[in-house]
Design a protein around this ligand. Structure first.
Ligand SMILES: N[C@@H](CCC(=O)N[C@@H](CS)C(=O)NCC(=O)O)C(=O)O
Length: 224
């Protein structure tokens, strides 16, 4: 799998790649995660698009985390299910991508920049400043003041986790990996603390960090 890396090639921080690393571990599949940088578009050209994760499995190439999850369910039907069959999971996916990620990006964007190679820094600054409409330093100025917005936005997550152990029900599934990917993105790239330890979301994230032999806990990141 091609996996987004920082200047330190062991810093793997993509929320989309983390979904898949957790999904692969869930299915008991070993994977080699090859470091890829934003400016290495040529390296993944064979996949017909310009983003990671890109999974290579035998003769198959699959890009896009959702497509990869579906592929894993079809190609490995006998291992633990990712529980994709209920259509509502698409709501979780789009909520994470259009509500949670953009809010987190405004907290993390400068830390992401600071952890990249010099070539990636230029590309990232230019593309993200265009997207956000201002200098990265301005985006994160007074970012502590934005934290209550994030806290509020997590309300449906809190309510769900007060009724059941995982977003997918009694056992984890791809819904959990989608949302966890966002928290792992933050943890791997920034020292900012997003969750208080008395928050039920903190407890859920802790379980996710320790799952699959502590795969996510062991990753290069910050103890937040
Ligand atoms: N829809 C894709 C999105 C993947 C994506 O946006 N990946 C980011 C890394 S987190 C990327 O490769 N960005 C390349 C760029 O911004 O040039 C998926 O679910 O896999």
């Amino acid at each position: 799998m091609y996996d987004l890396a920082g200047a330190d090639e062991n810093r793997r921080f993509s929320p989309y790649c983390w979904r898949i690393r957790m999904a692969l571990a869930h299915k008991g599949l070993d994977v080699e995660c090859m470091p890829w940088r934003f400016t290495e578009k040529d390296k993944i050209k064979f996949s017909g698009q310009e983003r990671v994760p890109v999974l290579l499995d035998g003769n198959n190439t699959v890009a896009d985390s959702w497509e990869i999850a579906k592929y894993l369910e079809t190609a490995y039907p006998d291992s633990a299910s990712l529980k994709l069959e209920h259509g509502e999971i698409l709501f979780i996916k789009f909520w994470a991508e259009t509500v949670l990620h953009p809010e987190m990006l405004q907290l993390l964007v400068l830390d992401i920049h600071d952890n990249l190679t010099p070539e990636d820094q230029s590309y990232f600054r230019e593309s993200r400043e265009k997207l956000l409409g201002k200098p990265l330093e301005e985006v994160v100025a007074n970012r502590q003041n934005r934290l209550p917005r994030l806290q509020k936005l997590l309300t449906p997550l809190r309510s769900t986790l007060s009724k059941q152990e995982y977003l997918s029900g009694g056992t984890p599934g791809f819904s959990d990996y989608i949302v966890f990917g966002a928290f792992q993105w933050a943890r791997c790239i920034s020292a900012i603390s997003l969750l208080n330890d008395d928050d039920i979301v903190y407890g859920w994230r802790d379980k996710m960090l320790n799952m699959h032999g502590g795969l996510a806990l062991r990753a290069v990141g910050y103890p937040v």
